[in-house]
Design a protein around this ligand. Structure first.
Ligand SMILES: Nc1nc2c(ncn2[C@@H]2O[C@H](COP(=O)(O)OP(=O)(O)OP(=O)(O)O)[C@@H](O)[C@H]2O)c(=O)[nH]1
Ligand SMILES: [Mg+2]
Length: 694
């Protein structure tokens, strides 16, 4: 096992759906001797790819949950997370990128930069992840990696530079020219495991030289040494690699590789690229908040001898215990160590420390800074920070998108009821974008998530993994409420008849928030509300957000300022101030002119240009606004913002409008006000429904 931290890589593999992430990972595992046979996603042998270990993933041929594995290549140890491409499972990409040091962005040589490539790229930017790009599927008809490089530049604003050019394309694609070594590489043997290096064939020598010039010019911007060597004609491979490494780490250049994972062409060179150009853990800045010192930001060092700081970024609840995926940022942890969870200050012992290989666990005894491992059998939440008790610090959390769609689920009998609650308990713990609650009025269980597929997968898993037979309702839009006016409140909660009484007065004002998040401002002077009760006031207000008074949907953030109040020396309590805040909220909320907000989706439709008119009118009919449309003579890509409420059943109508030749993807863009006329209808509908439930 390699122990040198400079030879450690943590990489995420992310991209648009179906671009070949799992297929690429399967090859990587094969070439690094982690697995001894290659199985295809949806392959004829019916086994399925290693990383798609869930039954449902194998059946559908899509990745649903991200999976971690590790391998060794050329003296480097590489931890890999293969993520799903479908937007409904975007949280899986989010948490992988949160903890990875580098990433491989895969693109399809035919589809190019697609809507989800843009989303994934944005996520990589959010966590400042340096990446290399791999243009896959060069064997497909219509493959044009050069066009994809242009799109990387134009659409994603990358300084994308080809490190390779393809030898042949489509059915004739059979190797790559490495522009750094100026050698032609072919991948022989039954699975491309034997690399044959030859002189560049004459017919592409000129192209290769031209592209190498471009590569040298781009790389030399990051190295004076290389620049000089170019003038003196003393360029060597090391100089180029060093310059490219500096450039990639600073995220100012994206090296581009080409190949075909399926046809086993070029995969090893991507692995080589991971080693050469992506950062080791010491080359990435990671910070935590020091709770002992005013939440000051401290930079963590990938040093195993310093106090431990680790982040739980994903968990899986199994019947035998919880698997908690951890990234160790500083220090080290060993089997038998005592750890502290910063949030709860709870202590726990490391029973089993493991390394994950898709669905399998391998026991280990120690993990050092820079590594990605898992704990088995401890209880914690996703996003928790672990320390060895020496530091009290917390790592910043990751971005969690709000659910946009909900569904009622009804168990068919008592037994299923039991199983269903077990399943929901597990899913909601594992996936922060999946929520479930019981509606107080209708007593129905409602699940909500990121899209139809997201909910469908969980309903299916309830049946398969938990034996819970459920009947589902029609998907509903997850509306939100938000106030639009500033209003003041002044409320006294008083119960002073008999026994110990309750007393609390809360005064202040509520106003719309600028950024949609909740903010609680304390401007109480002279202790009119004693400090110890302020958190109860805050808690009381927050408890009102789960169900707004307008249509009963959650309230989006607002700013609440409390500037006055009153307490009673005997009758005031935390409970009394929670109640006072709830009273104050009720007093002011409807006066603050709440409106209904609906999720608006970014919709992307791609298909043959002959159907452009049909597609556009289908979007217009759905209250959509077309934001861009690009056409290359054959294919048209249309981007639009469309309210989710109008998108149910769109797959079916698009199919019939375009003879099944167009595809669409959508993801949440923002909340927007529901037009007045529709809002009235909605209020009526919801009122009718709740009457029916009584
Ligand atoms: N022709 C061709 N097909 C490929 C290539 N790589 C992958 N595929 C096929 O593309 C399909 C999708 O591949 P996956 O590896 O599942 O793609 P993915 O990116 O993991 O998909 P999700 O995880 O669902 O987002 C499968 O049928 C693969 O066999 C390639 O290089 N060439
Ligand atoms: Mg996959």
């Amino acid at each position: 096992m390699v122990n040198d931290i400079h030879k450690q890589r943590n990489i995420g593999i992310s991209a648009h759906i179906d671009s070949g992430k799992t297929t690429l990972t399967e090859r990587i595992l094969y070439y690094t001797n982690k697995i001894f046979a290659i199985h295809e996603v949806k392959g004829k042998d019916g086994v399925g790819a290693t990383m798609d270990s869930m039954e449902l993933e194998r059946e559908r041929g899509i990745t649903i949950a991200s999976a971690a594995t590790h391998c060794e290549w050329n003296g480097h140890r590489i931890n890999i997370i293969d993520t799903p491409g479908h937007v409904d499972f975007t949280i899986e990409v989010e948490r992988a990128l949160r903890v990875m040091d580098g990433a491989v962005l895969i693109l399809c040589s035919v589809g190019g930069v697609q809507s989800q490539s843009i989303t994934v790229d944005r996520q990589m930017n959010r966590y400042k992840v340096p990446r290399i790009a791999f243009i896959n599927k060069c064997d497909r008809s219509g493959a044009d990696p050069y066009r994809v490089v242009d799109q990387l530049r134009m659409k994603l604003n990358h300084n994308a530079v080809l490190l390779q050019i393809p030898i042949g394309l489509e059915a004739k694609f059979h190797g790559v020219v490495d522009l750094v070594s100026m050698r032609a590489l072919y991948f022989d043997g039954p699975h491309g495991e034997e690399i044959r290096s030859e002189d560049i064939p004459d017919h592409i020598l000129k192209d290769a030289e031209e592209k190498r010039e471009e590569l040298l010019e781009a790389a030399s911007m990051f190295s004076d040494e290389l620049m000089e060597a170019i003038f003196d004609d003393t360029v060597n491979e090391d100089l180029i690699c060093n310059a490219l490494r500096t450039a990639t780490l600073s995220r100012k250049l994206t090296p581009v590789f080409v190949g075909s994972a399926y046809k086993n062409i070029g995969v090893q060179t991507v692995l080589e690229g991971v080693n050469k150009y992506l950062p080791d853990p010491t080359e990435v800045v990671n910070t935590a908040l020091d709770l002992d010192h005013n939440e000051d930001e401290v930079t963590l060092q990938s040093d195993p001898d310093l106090p431990l700081v680790a982040l739980a970024f994903k968990l899986e609840v199994t019947p035998y215990g919880q698997i908690t995926y951890l990234r160790v940022y500083q220090g080290s942890m060993s089997k038998g160590d005592n750890l502290t969870i910063t949030r709860t200050r709870k202590k726990l012992k490391v029973g089993r420390l493991i390394r994950m290989h898709a669905g399998e666990m391998e026991d280990i005894t120690k993990a050092d800074a820079g590594d990605i491992v898992a704990l088995f059998g401890v209880e914690c939440r996703s996003g928790d920070t672990f320390t060895d008790g020496e530091l009290t610090c917390s790592m910043s959390s990751m971005f969690v998108p709000e659910p946009v769609i909900s569904l009622t689920v009804k168990p068919v009998d008592k037994k299923s009821q039991n199983y269903m609650s077990k399943a929901l308990n597990r899913f909601t713990r594992e996936d922060p974008t999946f929520r479930s609650y019981v509606d107080e009025e209708s007593h129905e269980t409602i699940i909500s998530g990121m899209g139809e597929l997201h909910l469908e997968v969980y309903v299916e898993r309830m049946k398969r993994e938990f034996n819970a037979e459920v009947v589902t309702g029609i998907p509903q839009v997850a509306y939100r409420e938000a106030i639009t006016k500033m209003v003041s409140f002044d409320y006294i909660h008083k119960k002073q008849t008999g026994g110990s009484g309750q007393f609390g007065r809360v005064a202040g004002f509520m106003e719309p928030s600028d950024n949609g998040t909740y903010e609680f401002v304390n401007e109480v002077k002279g202790g009119s509300i004693p400090t110890e009760y302020l958190s109860s006031v805050d808690k009381g207000f927050q408890s009102c957000f789960t169900k707004g008074k307008l249509i009963g949907f959650p309230v989006l953030g607002m700013k609440i300022t409390v500037n006055d109040g009153k307490a009673h020396s005997v009758d005031s309590s935390e409970k009394a101030f929670v109640a006072a805040a709830i009273g104050a909220f009720r007093q002011a909320y409807l006066k603050a002119k709440p409106i209904i907000l609906e999720p608006v989706m970014k919709v992307n439709v791609e298909g043959p240009s002959e159907f452009q008119g049909n597609v556009m009118s289908s979007i217009n009919q759905r209250r959509g606004i077309i934001t861009s449309s690009t056409e290359d003579g054959v294919f048209t890509a249309i981007e639009a913002d469309v309210p989710l409420a109008e998108m149910f059943g769109y797959a079916t109508s698009l199919r019939s409008l375009t003879q099944g030749k167009a595809e669409f993807t959508m993801e949440f863009a923002r909340y927007a006000k529901v037009p007045e006329a529709l809002a009235e209808d909605l209020k009526l509908q919801i009122r009718e429904k709740s009457k029916g439930n009584r």
